[in-house]
Design a binder for this molecule. Sequence first.
Ligand code: ATP
Ligand code: MG
Length: 611
Amino acid sequence: MKHLAALNTYFWKYRNRFFIGIFFVVASNYFAVLAPQVTGFVVNQVQQRLPGARPAATKPVHDSLVNWFITTIQAGNFGFGWLVAICSLTILGLAILRGILMFFMRQTIIVMSRHIEFDQKNEIFQHYQQLDTQFYKTHSTGDLMNRMTEDVSRVRMYTGPAVMYLINLITLIGFCVVNMLRKDVQLTLLVLAPLPVLAITIYLVNSVINKKSEKIQGLLSDLTTNAQESFSGIRVIKSFVQEKAMLGFFQRNSESYKTNAVGLAKVEAIYFPSMALMIGLSTLVTIMVGGYQALEDSSKVGLIVEFVIYINMLTFPVSAIGWTASMIQRAAASQKRLNEFLQTKPTIANSAEKVTTPVAGDIHFNHVSFTYPHTGIQALQNCHLHIRKGEKILLLGRTGSGKSTLAQLLLRFYDPQEGSISIGGTDIRQIDLRTLREQISYVQQDIFLFSDTVSDNISFGLSSPATQETIEKAAGFSSVHKEILGFSKGYDTMIGERGVTLSGGQKQRISIARALIKEPEIIVFDDCLSAVDAKTENEIIGNLYRYLHDKTAIIITHRIFSSFPFDKIIVLENGELVEQGTHETLMAKNGYYAELFRLQLMENSPDKTES
Ligand code: ATP
Ligand code: MG
């Protein structure tokens, strides 16, 4: 339960709504308990007028407002018909008043819970964005989504309905019981005896329902994931002719969902009959005991009616004890899960004395070693590297040799366990993360574009809106401008799930344009021309040569771009820097680079293409 304390700041933020809400709850319940007393009074009046009626032995006790009402109408000396009519209208008026107050009670407390939900979602989203790559590698997207949607909804059930019902049931039970005790202590105790049993039964049934619902929720999420995967991979399913197998798999999942849902329906079926039984018992006791008492004292006839109404009024709050308790329990469990994430501190964070001046200058990798913490794979070993400002570097190496890791360390997606990286003589751990990343454009190997327009995707990294001209210029550099113009709505064409599907090469070039438009100091291209043809590749290389003239660039690739005069070529092998130098020195070394160069030369030779 202590986990819910995290929500107190929100309650405090919306304290005005909260306290006004409490006032409405109390007021609506106060007026609610007046109606049975007026009814009791009318019944007694009727009873007095029956033939052979005996005068009341005791005077019924009423609330002071009801007492005032009774003395006022008795002073008016109305006829019997008028008396009943006035009382009926008063009961109707009380019901309307209660309805209005209940409307405002919901308007304040439930609306407050929606505000809290909104704030909480924003807080979580903002926190998620601060967490580092490592966190995302160790938590599934499904889990993150679940916490932000499912858990927040459950917490809202606490800040809204549960809090409202709790205050409501405490005040309503309080008012009813106080009124009943004032009238007849013995009868009250007898009548209320079955109600705790009802509250406990409902709590227990609810716990079973919640457990079953949770299981069903899990099965439903499996079912959705299963269906979602099938639709995403529909081409694979069709090409491998696995439709029947997939259907069987879906049916099995669906079957267990159905079985559990049927089980839940059975348990839920106990709910209302058990409530009806307990209420029936209380009513029975009231009529029996009250009936005997009425033989002695005729004023007890009105009391029986009053008590029966109270019992009916208590049905809802007493059963609400059970499910409010379980709602709070579930919210506490959800808030615990949310707190877990909210209290996770990003391992990659700004240092206390962060440097916020733009980064520029030489890049140094000082004996850097890095092991992926969650897998224990050592991706880089003692890499020592010096890149001068403005140099163009070609980074080569077999697949899995650590090239992308090197780039990611430069952007501080991870921090190396040994060694350090500096730019312009400043350790990157001292540089403000935002400043660092703003100055480096990283074209990732696995491209991600947003389901948005082409121009919004290209200008994504800019803080101020880009002009059409700059967007087109960036697209021109990455040789994708003409193709974009060929789309139905040009730069306003939606891409991704909501729009056109781009080819691998088009995606790569749009992501290059997105990196170029930032005009960064340092630019890293991670194997981002792998899906374009040789002609376009040459065109882009030519453009880049012009674009990159004063920028530091690291181009990671599996192929050698012989048309680009690189200042330095670096070869990684199993995380180690095995070759570095110019084209000439590496050719003379006759290692991986020379071998790759010769192989590529052979592939491109006219003999080879003709054969
Ligand atoms: P490629 O040319 O195929 O892109 P690469 O040279 O870029 O390969 P890296 O992606 O840097 O290679 O990977 C280096 C090593 O680190 C590999 O053994 C890989 O399995 C491992 N690795 C890469 N990314 C992760 C990660 N996020 N978590 C754990 N291990 C990783
Ligand atoms: Mg890579």
